[in-house]
Design a protein around this ligand. Structure first.
Ligand code: AHR
Length: 307
């Protein structure tokens, strides 16, 4: 079989006795980078789950650069891996390399982020619903502010699926409330440092966040940076400002417990257990899959921890 390397003779017997799979799979994984706390947790989980599943995982960190991802995917194609997983930095620019993988007969799976390429070029995307995360954040802010809120927004990486969809989902909800509006918005590139710098600029340009009631950050790391900037300016995030973001990483759990933040939508990072079974099943039977396998999202506050 082209995609699976069936083991022979004694090796098969030994593996069957051990109750392990009788075939070995090599998967190439092109990861975005390590821009915040969530991403390295996701990388670690993918590596650990691969080990448990007996998968040979070739891991490539693109350090936030799409060019690096394109190179990595082409290298995986040259190495004739059994399948490729991509967590794409941005949605655009994927058509050609996906065509190349298809031509080589190597199935591609998207994990976490999306692309805007033709859906026939990948098997499925396994990820949370970023639009829902934005809607959950918007709905929480609407109820917490009783529908009255001037908001500053910290956007994720420009052109990335979570930045696009979280913004859309959030705006769809707040558009139902005439007294809720985004008055300032800028990208902090999903980093703590980026969030801090953007918030420092917002603080300057709004006379210490005068008339601002809420901060929506597309991820926790930017929110944690914003909290630092606000505290340094003598402001009280979580008390005088409603703070909502996405990821629910450990540092955000601490900020919620300390009262410096108010809500965070959980983006699960331990998702190898969702991704690998879908991939290995497909490698066995090639049955068509829905184009999106959705991982659930929940909103947490200090009063409703979990996750
Ligand atoms: O694609 C998911 C987003 O990417 C996470 O919310 C963010 O922390 C990461 O950089």
């Amino acid at each position: 079989m082209h995609l699976l390397k069936w083991l022979g003779g004694a090796a098969v017997g030994a593996l069957m006795l051990a109750g392990s799979p009788t075939w070995a799979v090599t998967i190439g994984f092109s990861q975005v980078g390590d821009e915040g706390d969530w991403r390295p947790a996701f990388s670690k989980d993918m590596q650990e789950e691969a080990k448990k599943e007996g998968i040979d995982l070739k891991f490539a960190d693109a350090q936030g650069k799409e060019e690096e991802q394109l190179k990595a995917v082409r290298a995986f194609i040259a190495q004739k891996v059994d399948a490729i997983v991509i967590a794409p930095v941005v949605v655009t620019g994927w058509g050609q390399v996906l065509e190349e993988a298809k031509k080589a007969g190597i199935p591609v799976f998207l994990a976490d982020r999306d692309v805007d390429a033709d859906k026939s070029l990948f098997v499925t995307r396994i990820s949370a619903d970023f639009n829902l995360e934005g809607r959950l954040a918007g709905a929480w802010l609407a109820q917490a502010s009783k529908g009255n809120c001037n908001i500053v927004e910290l956007q994720g990486t420009v052109g990335s699926a979570p930045a696009i969809e979280r913004k859309k989902g959030f705006e769809a909800v707040i558009s139902n409330f005439p007294n809720m509006k985004i008055v300032k918005t800028q990208s902090g590139d999903f980093t703590t440092d980026g969030g801090k710098k953007v918030m420092e600029a917002f603080i300057k340009s709004t006379d210490n966040l005068k008339d601002i009631c809420g901060v929506f950050a597309h991820n926790d790391n930017m929110q944690l940076g914003a909290i630092q900037a606000m505290k340094e300016a003598g402001l009280k995030p979580g008390k005088d400002f409603l703070m909502v973001s996405v990821d629910y990483v450990p540092a955000m759990k601490e900020a919620l417990a300390a009262g410096d933040a108010n809500a965070s939508v959980e983006l699960r990072s331990a998702i190898g257990k969702y991704i690998y079974p879908v991939m290995t099943q497909y490698l066995k039977d090639h049955k068509e899959l829905p184009k999106w396998v959705v991982i659930p999202s929940d909103l947490h506050t200090a009063a409703t921890p979990g996750g």
